[in-house]
Write a protein that binds this ligand. Structure first.
Ligand SMILES: Nc1nc2c(c(=O)[nH]1)N[C@H]1C(S)=C(S)[C@@H](COP(=O)(O)OP(=O)(O)OC[C@H]3O[C@@H](n4cnc5c(=O)[nH]c(N)nc54)[C@H](O)[C@@H]3O)O[C@H]1N2
Ligand SMILES: Nc1nc2c(c(=O)[nH]1)N[C@H]1C(S)=C(S)[C@@H](COP(=O)(O)OP(=O)(O)OC[C@H]3O[C@@H](n4cnc5c(=O)[nH]c(N)nc54)[C@H](O)[C@@H]3O)O[C@H]1N2
Ligand code: SF4
Ligand SMILES: [Mo]
Length: 717
């Protein structure tokens, strides 16, 4: 007997509503939910692959432990929990609290249980050696929000459904479906923009799927966006002039400093650096400035590069000085039912309170840049990481110099992973604790309702019953927290240290409440006094309306103003002026690429997603191929200062001359990885070429884009 229930796809930030038809524990069909007020029926091919994930014979359902000969054996939940908690406590007792390192990956923010129970567990471990995917991703956005608005999650979102001019720089939402901007069905939203007479402009070194539907697309030399944005600012501020009426609704400070900072950054200066003509820069800025409702938005391309923070700051400043900040059709703060900012459920963020031991890199919000994780593992001394916990992450695949990191993991005393696959990272673990997957557990999106282009609230209960011996992530983390408390109370110093923990953490260490119970409390104490039960009565989700202005009311900055010129960032402009100069034409720069059928490193095991023509080739412009004496299909060596990989090259007119592109998330074809389908894909990990020493020096974010490389034919004998 089949039945159909409402559910959600949690693979990317679009949080699309689903209708899932099941027959017992079997998934029969997955469709988009037309009644969902946010996703309106949209899904992408990845949603249907949730059925493959559910049925995947490689997916772990119960814990396993490494055997002496390097194989795996089953272990009970209780033994696994005690082993992990015990090792954390004994490592910290012997070597100090920072001797335990933690890495949390991207899916941890896509899981209700990891947000409610995993993050408190991580805090309870109490180490400064905390790392996450944030520092290969959106770190500059959060740092800028912290410095300008007073909170790392007070991030204005483009009002996609009302804007008349959208300028996208370094993002590809046609494929990614939006990031730090939950925007399911981006294509239809852009059709609606057109119907309103609006314009879409894209700036990207590749003519992407988003560029293909744009009115205008400009290539840009990777890593030079800071110059383009400063030049646009120059035109807007000094040539067009700021209109006082446009900004009178905004509590701004630092405007005079902004004026001074962009006084000389003319389009003529930026042209030769960026590869975009001064006339084009000028007209781009002019069109933007003259639109009634405009928004500039930038993501990975302008975050994971050497001037990520300057870029994300300049984007905010351009939106502000043109009066588009806090304006319908510009950029707006959201009104989620559970507002993480207003309700102080997330910290405001803090920067550079301490630094990493080996490379002296700054923390942000208690996390260190993951590009230095390996140094903290291999460099001896007090505070060296000896035990590592990875949570929903694959840093061997996803962080720069990942291959070397993988080899270093074998030198740890102990490693545990909370994950359901044996992949490039977790194969190095001593024990793996697998949680249930999305269709087997409840979901309410605590993170992405905060960043969505429309205010909605939706609770999605599990649609498939978990097996009796499986555990949800909240149960695993609850057990681990209690295991930690037990193991610590056996140690006399524990009570003393517990007293020193932040107050709000102490109860969570002992918490037995489920995610659903905690969610219910959060909903009930919210503005709409919702409950899980009320949300269950509206299974497609409640529509809470379009985004609305209200910045002055919501702003949490102590000054009650938006600081347009935080000294930390303006101080970094000198580095931009020295480093960003017109470069030699013969240098090749590497950028990344995402595909609609990929999800970082971990959905390649779905036949449905990985079949079809190869998507992991190195794209290269015909001119560069000819210059290197290469042809499409050649095996080449792609080499940087940090490493090299062998890869097949493919000709493409869609890429800017002087730029090559390789996607991340491959490299599962390694001994010990247990991914039958992904393991057959003959593609390397691009992060064996990206360089852990290339950072946005201000924030510590990895500069994964714009890596100088050489490409040469592989010599075979
Ligand atoms: N060169 C290059 N590198 C990049 C990027 C790039 O564009 N270029 N992108 C970066 C970005 S934006 C990101 S976010 C990172 C991603 O970096 P990571 O988060 O480190 O890697 P993922 O590939 O997302 O791996 C997620 C892991 O979580 C597991 N998992 C999935 N769901 C769950 C769950 O519900 N619970 C638990 N416990 N585990 C789960 C999967 O099996 C997998 O092992 O990669 C970054 N790396
Ligand atoms: N299908 C699919 N969707 C995903 C993911 C996935 O793996 N697959 N991952 C999810 C995650 S974790 C994230 S963070 C988001 C990311 O979401 P996006 O940022 O929208 O996705 P990317 O494809 O990384 O887009 C970055 C763009 O920047 C361009 N670029 C590279 N270097 C530069 C540069 O120097 N300057 C400029 N202007 N552009 C540059 C690239 O060509 C690329 O088009 O996607 C999410 N959605
Ligand atoms: S866009 Fe695709 S992967 Fe992202 S939530 Fe929607 S269906 Fe899932
Ligand atoms: Mo990401």
């Amino acid at each position: 007997m089949t039945s159909t229930s409402h559910s959600v796809c949690n693979l990317c930030e679009a949080i699309c509503g689903l209708q899932v038809t099941t027959d017992g524990n079997r998934v029969v069909e997955i469709r988009g939910d037309r009644n969902d007020p946010l996703s309106r029926g949209h899904i992408c091919p990845k949603a249907t692959a949730l059925a493959d994930l559910h049925a995947d014979p490689d997916r772990l359902r119960t814990p396993i432990r490494k055997t002496a000969d390097g194989g795996w054996e089953p272990i009970s939940w209780q033994a696994a929990i005690e082993l992990v908690a015990g090792k954390i406590v004994s490592t910290q007792k012997q070597h100090g609290r920072n001797a335990v390192g933690i890495y949390t990956g991207n899916p941890s923010v896509h899981s209700l249980g990891t947000v409610t129970h995993g993050l408190p567990f991580v805090k309870a471990v109490g180490t400064r050696n905390m790392f996450s995917a944030t520092s290969v991703d959106q770190l500059p956005i959060q740092l800028v929000a912290h410095l300008m608005y007073g909170h790392q999650l007070q991030i204005p979102v483009p009002d996609l459904d009302h804007t008349e001019h959208l300028l996208i720089i370094g993002a590809n939402p046609m494929v990614s479906n939006g990031s730090m901007m939950t925007a399911p069905d981006f294509r239809t939203r852009m059709r609606e923009l057109r119907r309103r007479g609006g314009q879409l402009v894209v700036i990207d070194p590749r003519r992407t799927e988003t560029a293909a539907i744009a009115d205008t697309h400009h290539f840009i030399r990777p890593g030079t966006d800071a110059a383009l944005l400063m030049a646009m600012l120059h035109v807007l501020v000094h040539e067009r002039g700021i209109s006082p009426e446009r900004i009178e609704h905004l509590p701004l400070s630092g405007l005079d400093e902004v004026r001074a900072l962009c006084a000389t950054t003319t389009p003529e200066w930026a042209g030769p650096i960026t590869g975009i003509d001064a006339t084009d820069i000028r007209s781009m800025a002019t069109y933007f400035g003259s639109a009634q409702r405009a928004a500039i938005y930038g993501r990975m391309g302008v975050s994971t590069q050497r001037f990520g923070t300057v870029c994300q700051w300049a984007i905010q400043v351009i939106n502000a000085v043109t009066g588009n900040l806090d304006r319908v059709g510009g950029t707006l703060l959201t009104d989620p039912e559970i507002d993480l900012v207003a309700r102080k459920l997330s910290g405001r963020g803090h920067f550079d309170k301490w630094r990493s031991r080996v490379r002296d890199l700054p923390e942000f919000g208690g996390e260190l840049p993951v590009a230095t994780l390996i140094d903290e593992i291999v460099t001896e001394g007090t505070g060296q990481i000896r035990t590592l916990i990875t949570i929903a992450g694959n840093p061997v695949s996803s962080t720069p110099g990942g291959g070397r990191l993988g080899r270093a993991l074998d030198g740890l005393d102990f490693m545990a992973s909370i994950d359901f696959y044996i992949n490039e990272t977790t194969r190095h673990a001593d024990v793996i604790l697998p949680p249930t997957m999305i269709l087997e557990r409840d979901h309410y999106d605590l993170i992405f309702h905060q960043l969505a282009v429309r205010n909605t609230a939706r609770f999605s209960p599990a649609v498939i019953e978990k097996s009796r011996d499986a555990k949800h992530d909240w149960e695993i983390f609850g057990d681990l927290s209690r295991g930690l408390a037990r193991a610590r109370s056996a140690d006399k110093g524990f009570i003393e240290r517990l007293r020193r923990l932040p107050k709000q953490l102490v109860p969570t260490v002992r918490a037995r409440a489920s995610s659903r119970m905690l969610l219910n409390v959060l909903l009930h104490t919210g503005p709409g006094h919702l409950t899980v039960r009320k949300l269950l009565a509206a299974p497609s989700g409640r529509d809470l309306g379009p985004l609305r202005p209200g910045l002055s009311r919501k702003l949490v900055a102590a000054s009650r103003t938006v600081d347009l010129a935080p000294s930390l960032i303006t101080g970094d402009l000198a580095r931009m002026h020295t480093d960003l100069v017109a470069t030699a034409d013969d240098e090749l720069l590497l950028i990344g690429r995402r595909h609609l059928r990929s999800n970082n490193s971990w959905m390649n095991n779905s036949v449905r997603l990985s079949k079809g023509h190869p998507r992991y080739h190195l794209l290269m412009h015909p001119k560069d191929l000819a210059a290197g004496g290469l042809c499409s299909g050649d095996q080449v060596m792609l080499k940087s200062a940090a490493g090299s990989v062998e890869v097949t090259v493919a000709e493409s007119d869609d890429i800017m001359p002087g730029v090559v592109s390789l996607p991340h998330g491959f490299g599962q074809n390694q001994v010990g990885v247990r991914l039958a389908v992904a393991g057959l894909i003959d593609a390397p990990s691009v992060n064996d070429v990206t360089d852990p020493l290339r950072l946005d020096e201000l924030s510590g974010n990895a500069a994964l884009n714009g890596v100088p490389v050489t490409v040469s034919r592989t010599v075979t004998d």
